[in-house]
Write a protein that binds this ligand. Sequence first.
Ligand code: FE2
Length: 505
Amino acid sequence: MALPNTLMEYPCVEHCLGGVSHFEDVPQWIYDLDNPYLHGAYAPTLDEMSVDNLEVSGELPADLVGGYFRNGPNPVYQPKNRQHPFDGDGMVHGVYFRDGKASYRNRYVQTAALLQERADGKSISPGVMGPFDYSISQFGIKDTSNTDVLWFAGDIMTLWYNAGHPYRLDSQTLETKDFYELQGRDTLRMSAHSKVDWNTGELLFFDYGDEPPFMTYGVADASGKLQHEVAIDLPGPRLPHDMGFTTNYAILHDLPFFHDMEVLRRHKYRVLTFHTDIPTRFGIIPRRGQSSDIRWFECQPCYILHATNCWEEGDWVVMDGCRSLNPMPDVLPGEGDLASMLAYMRLEANVYRWRFNMKTGEVREGDIDDLNTEFNKSNPIFHGVKSKYGYHQRIPLLHEGGYTLRFTGLVKYNNDTGQRDQWDYGAGVFGSEAVFAPKVGADRTSAEDDGYVITLVTDSNTWQSDCLVFDATDIAQGPIARVRMPHRVPFGFHAAWARGEDLYR
Ligand SMILES: [Fe+2]
């Protein structure tokens, strides 16, 4: 089939997963752009579908009841400027499991920015690669809500990596209701990777920005009512990505990978620098503590996207996560004005453990394993208390073929021993962030890995997408069930599991 290309060649795209492929369901302007994050595995779909009784190979377990929700970028309109994956309009894909059957639904997050663009029929806001324009949006760029997704207080919440406005989606229809406002909070801003504590139902949230206070931290109760919010004193604007919590504490990140405000003010571009002379700091604050209660621990300079879990052991607070020593890899020649974005997206990270002594201030830290993995998740029932298992995505480095960010396999770690079990998705098949789905009725007396691990994969050889269900105790045997999706699911960011006890209440 002839490609509808208007470009003569695509030097950057040809290294992306799936190359320049012809799709009917994409906005056809993608073929005017040589940007690998708009093609092949990353090509957006404009189609929104609702399909029940999906074809299943293998058997869906009767005690797998709930929903897998995954967010990701799906740009509708041709960007005004250079396109970054964080700029694509958010779309949530939901796979619902009940009675051994599965349904699928996907919907755009109807953000304020997207509604405005739909009204105008064109792109309005600049994206992450600037130039920033604060006359269009308070963020200077487009708040796409495309990064994270949470189940909280009966609805789906979508969030953007840059601490945008959270959106509230109906969990059954995935229709956008409104902003996800917390009762009693007078601002909306909230970062991706704010956390729901399954044990208490609370939302522990944070936000950050370029004006003081550079970070806030807060808690809402299980009904969405604000209980607590404090300003966190940081030395300047930062770009933290995640937070953690234990039974008694929240753990906040001050990472030495940030931008120069003078450059942003003067040139309207946000240029990130990794400051190897500035320590990484973790601020441990009682969950309802005041700013003055926070204790900062200095660690080796690094960047962290995602923590796996945190807990207390006597005087120690322990945090497992993935650490990056090189958050801005060198740019490659010939990539023109996309070079920095392409380098930034080549994630280099490995699983790591930090220990902080609340009595003495001592820090102990070290690698658990050196394999390049990220998008690490764990059993949410055990969030805040001791756990050992993490479920990561294998990410090939550039020299292993990782020109663009791609998830090529599922890796289960025992973080106490460093032992890993792995299942590769297959040649040309890319995965999504995997979630742990506890069995119906599971609690903290259940074995930590007594449940399922669920991900969405797309085969770039056929463009068939499947939802895979693994027995979490035996990842290496491959999926125990495979649910055929009714259409191609593009590459995406984060996913969440909603328990059937909550979702089908
Ligand atoms: Fe993230």
